[in-house]
Design a protein around this ligand. Sequence first.
Ligand SMILES: Nc1nc2c(ncn2[C@@H]2O[C@H](COP(=O)(O)OP(=O)(O)OP(=O)(O)O)[C@@H](O)[C@H]2O)c(=O)[nH]1
Ligand SMILES: [Mg+2]
Length: 452
Amino acid sequence: MFENLSEKLDAALKTLTGVKKLSEENVTDALREVRRALLDADVNFQTVKSFVEDVRQKALGQEVVGDITPGQLMVKIIHDELVELMGGEHKGIKMNPAGPTIIMMVGLQGSGKTTHSAKLANHFKSKGERPMLVAADVYRPAAVDQLSTLGENLGVPVFTLPGENPVVIAEKALFEAKRTGRNVVIIDTAGRLTIDEEMMAEVANIKKAVRPNEILFVVDSMIGQDAVTTAKAFHDQLNFDGVILTKLDGDTRGGAALSIRAVVETPIKFIGTGEKMEALEPFYPERMASRILGMGDVVSLVEKAQEQFTEEQAAKLEEKLRKNQFTLEDFYQQIQTIKKMGSVRDLLGMIPGMGKQLKGVDIDDNAFKQVEAIILSMTKDERDRPDIINGSRRKRIANGSGTKVQDVNRLLRQFDQMRRTMKKLTKGNVQGAMKGMGLPAVPGGGLLGKKR
Ligand SMILES: Nc1nc2c(ncn2[C@@H]2O[C@H](COP(=O)(O)OP(=O)(O)OP(=O)(O)O)[C@@H](O)[C@H]2O)c(=O)[nH]1
Ligand SMILES: [Mg+2]
């Protein structure tokens, strides 16, 4: 995410390495580069101007005290300003305790409304709420099918009424939600290629009819500056409550994420980072600023892991590891879980210091493909007891998976090594070992923490 911007900001801040004091001159030099980095990332011109001015004021007004260097102080100031620029605090969805929480999704065609309606339903479902999806995009039959399929896969009901107009659909959906005890109603609306009066009138009518608790403006971050212009037009008409910024998994430059809040004064509430249902993250300005400055985002990484592992699974896994019963089958399942957490590149980028090292390295999301193919070419017996895999079996597995015997050997060696390391780790008392390292004990004794 935002690799180019991160790299340029890093270079700008490097100009302060070794300086003894922040002076008018060296601050101006560094900020010239910061300004260029932000403009290149397609951040709104006015936004950049006031950002740089704020940073300058703060930098020149502060004494460097204690152990920190002027360079570090500057990083801190820029970090804090980035947090401020993106809205400061994290803002979530306001739930309506008195009845169903109604959420209406609006935005241009292809911005990701339908996908994110489903992702949101999945998000609420995993938090124990009872969501319902409403197909109010009636212009393309495929749109209703798309939402229905997504809902079916998630086990979330989808309300449709073929032949009706969107306002009637939304109203009837509300009745249905109340009747069936659904407490979150997510209305997917139609998008148009450009902002036109007809579309605005339609969403305004739905708004009037059902009075949503939240109108979320869905916008594709790849469109950069245009995202800000569109946001403004929608906001003037609908006065929406929050933004979902989508497609941040692509090579987005960052302009939309950094400018939108300053221009429409409405918080970004979620970001979309992929096509899969799990690729939705609550937006935290603080964590995003850390990612942009290459400091990683361990908190989000841990949260992603917690979403995928239940406490029970974690405990089972730990027991298997302790008893040395971890098999290639388990290993295969682990890979499936990690894949659900998001793109490998994004995951690695959340580890502090990794972002920079990943620069220019080609990380294929199919990195696991070979390993998966090899494991899938084994019999159940072989997966459970890798020791029985002799020479001729290795040859058969290599043939079956379209790999070489060396690849099979490598995987078996790595698996063996991993199993040994894990055994050492779990031997004795994990909790005690963690405490010994100065880490807090994990509730439930799980290696991986628990699902909340
Ligand atoms: N990579 C990536 N693709 C996404 C993301 N969100 C949506 N998409 C893809 O973008 C395309 C459009 O998404 P939709 O959800 O259909 O967009 P929409 O706003 O409902 O479009 P209309 O109904 O035509 O107005 C689909 O192919 C999605 O899979 C995302 O966060 N990352
Ligand atoms: Mg749609």
